[in-house]
Design a binder for this molecule. Structure first.
Ligand code: WT7
Length: 641
């Protein structure tokens, strides 16, 4: 059931702007056929500009050059904060739902304005200028949001690094971006545990020559390791003015970069620009979730991921609603945490990941049924395919079959939601377990094995997008060639998503999962090569191969096959050292669930015999993972010699 306020477009003004369109289908077709008119009209209507753009789009999917709202100038922070503060400074912008339930703090648009400007002035006083990069290593909290907006205020490019990454992972991101300043907190608090953020930053910046200052916010106030670069953020803010003239930026200046995993190499800094990203994040936020002024929007993702950027920070704030900053976990202090929060704060839209839904489902309905969830109208899912059982539980037990359930498909690279059951006419059909319909302006297509576009319905293949859209990534920071190779060269003239999909008989889309060596662990994207590289840095490892396997809760678990060097034995000690290495190189979520170690000695003994053609006398091969491999080796050996 949709809310009584929902119109076909959820944007009443669109009726007057696109008068020829009276249904989702008509407006969708219009958005595809008259792309520039569609986006140009919305950009004028929904954003505040310092200078109007001259051209809506200048895009080329062959060469990978994308520019939207060319010649236009604006400031994203003005659009997210000033506009709403001018109307009503006392409207609540953020509700910080801290780790301990019942201790939430509210920040109004007026307060956010002051915080943001103070931080912007602190950054300036440390020499940060337009185009400089600033790394943010903080959990979800008002100062983190204000820091992102402060960068936007002065035209600095933020790079938020998920506060669960190790010092080495953080350092490699800071080095790649050549960040000048790092903003962090003394400690994090999650699930009742302290996280040593500052300590990690000190270890990281020791290897980052570009960093000239580390701004440290107070979260716990406990004493932490210090370094000569430290600046007490709270103290520095008090000294600064709460006014900071917003930089006037070109539509295509970079707003932020965010590192994400690919099938090869190090994580890449996906770069987004100002105007197109903001328009796309805010429009999708409004239309997919039916989120209107006065609503309390609850996206429980961390700000360290794209979901946090688009649907905790930029989308909701551009739309002037109240957005939740969730610091805790789904099961702290008990598995009723989400639902107790929804009841206490009267959350209208909840946006979470299938892995959390599956986990809570296992804990039983009693944790949900205790609470009054009647404030909820839209339930969103993101990050991985949602299985039908979890979808039904979300719809029935949480939504009481009265909420709109939206399975939303998108990526770090797409900037915002691309396929989702809404927008579409209120009451129109929603199928469990698939994102179904393309967003306005998004034209999905499915490619077959020979790279041909598959026409008609009932087809399965590689999911590509045929038309540029304003929220699309503009480049990989410092690696435009890699950007082209990854997204625009596999299928010429199309954006390749890396995902497989089915177009069902009724035209609805379902995602089948990654087609490359990227795995999805609890909604976190991880390259198998990254884990292999990490394992390879332990002295015992000769070689490793990492794959995903189906996991009840996580969606995919991590399975590592490891061949040990001579002299190392496949015991519990080695295994625990291997896990520690992965934690040290990447993060806790990248730890393999299963490590299957094999001693290289056994293999080498056999290989020697195969090479010497002494295959009558191989000895015991029953300990091999797959003894039939030896047969293959022998066959190949005979071909070779
Ligand atoms: C990959 C992107 C987009 C925000 C969170 C993840 C998978 C995402 C869905 C969905 C099936 C999904 C895809 C995609 N994915 N949403 N609704 N159904 N798969 O962003 O870290 O950039 O990962 O997540 O495989 O390519 P990300």
């Amino acid at each position: 059931m949709d809310s009584p306020t929902a119109s076909v477009f959820s944007l009443p003004e669109l009726k007057d702007v696109f008068p020829g369109c009276s249904s989702y289908e008509e407006l969708y077709n219009f958005s595809i056929n008259e792309t520039d008119l569609f986006w140009g009209t919305l950009a004028k209507l929904r954003l505040r500009w310092n200078r109007n753009f001259e051209k809506v789009s200048d895009c080329d999917m062959e060469t990978g050059l994308f520019r939207w709202f060319v010649g236009g100038q604006l400031n994203v922070s003005v659009n997210c904060v000033d506009r709403h503060k001018e109307k009503d400074a006392s409207r609540v912008a953020l509700i910080w739902e801290k780790d301990e339930p019942g201790q939430e703090e509210r920040v109004t648009y007026g307060e956010l304005y002051t915080m943001m400007n103070q931080i912007a002035n602190v950054l300036k006083s440390h020499g940060v200028e337009k185009g400089d990069r600033v790394a943010i290593y903080m959990p979800a909290c008002p100062l983190a949001v204000a820091s992102m907006l402060a960068c936007a205020r002065i035209g600095a490019v933020h790079s938020v690094v998920f506060a669960g990454f190790s010092a080495e992972a953080l350092a490699s991101r800071i080095v790649d971006a050549e960040a000048k300043v790092v903003i962090t907190a003394d400690q994090g608090v999650r699930g009742g545990k302290l996280i040593e953020l500052k300590k990690t930053v000190v270890a990281a910046v020791a290897n980052c020559p570009s960093v000239t200052a580390v701004l440290v916010a107070k979260r716990t106030g406990n004493p932490v390791v210090s370094s000569s670069l430290d600046v007490d953020l709270d103290e520095a803010m008090i000294k600064e003015s709460g006014e900071c003239e917003p930089a006037v930026l070109d539509s295509e200046d970079l707003l932020f970069m965010l590192y994400t995993s690919g099938s090869t190499g190090n994580p890449k800094g996906v770069a987004h620009s100002q105007a197109g990203y903001l328009l796309y994040a805010s429009l999708t936020h409004k239309l997919v979730f039916d989120c209107n002024e006065g609503d309390i929007f609850g996206c429980v993702a961390d700000i360290g991921w794209i979901t946090g950027h688009s649907y905790v920070v930029y989308g909701p704030l551009a739309n002037g609603v109240t957005t939740l900053l969730f610091e805790s976990t789904p099961t702290y202090p008990d598995p009723g945490r989400y639902w107790e929060t929804v009841q206490r704060l009267k959350v209208n839209q909840l946006y979470t990941a299938p892995t959390a839904i599956r986990l809570l489902l296992k804990h039983g309905n009693e944790h949900v049924e205790k609470y009054d969830l009647t404030s909820l109208r839209t339930l969103g899912s993101v990050g991985e395919p949602i299985n039908v059982e979890a979808w039904h539980w979300y719809n029935k037990v949480v939504g009481k079959e009265k909420c709109v359930v939206v399975d939303t498909w998108w990526q770090t690279e797409t900037g915002g939601i691309c396929i989702s059951p809404r927008p579409s006419a209120p009451g129109s059909e929603i199928r469990p377990g698939m994102p179904m319909r393309p967003m306005y302006g998004i034209w999905p297509t499915i490619l077959g094995e020979k790279g041909e576009e598959l026409e008609g319905n009932n087809v399965t293949g590689a999911l590509c997008l045929k038309k540029p859209w304003p929220g699309m990534a503009r480049t990989i920071y410092g690696a435009h060639g890699r950007f082209l190779d990854t997204y625009y060269r596999p299928y010429r003239g199309l954006y390749f998503t890396g995902d497989g999909a089915i177009r069902h008989s009724d035209g609805y889309y379902q995602i089948t999962g990654r087609m490359d060596d990227v795995i999805n662990v609890s909604g976190h994207r991880l390259g198998t090569a990254e884990v292999e590289n990490a394992l390879g840095q332990h002295p015992s490892v000769a070689e490793s191969a990492v794959v995903g396997y189906p996991h009840d809760i996580k969606g995919e678990g991590i399975y590592a096959y490891v061949i040990l060097k001579d002299g190392y034995s496949a015991d519990a000690k080695t295994e625990s050292e291997l896990r520690a290495t992965v934690r040290q190189k990447i993060a806790g979520y990248a730890l393999p669930d299963v490590i299957q170690t094999r001693s290289g000695k056994i293999m080498r003994r056999i290989l020697r015999k195969v090479a010497a053609d002494q295959t009558e006398d191989l000895g015991d091969i029953s300990t091999l993972a797959d003894p039939s491999v030896v047969e293959d080796l022998i066959v190949h050996h005979r071909i070779l010699v």
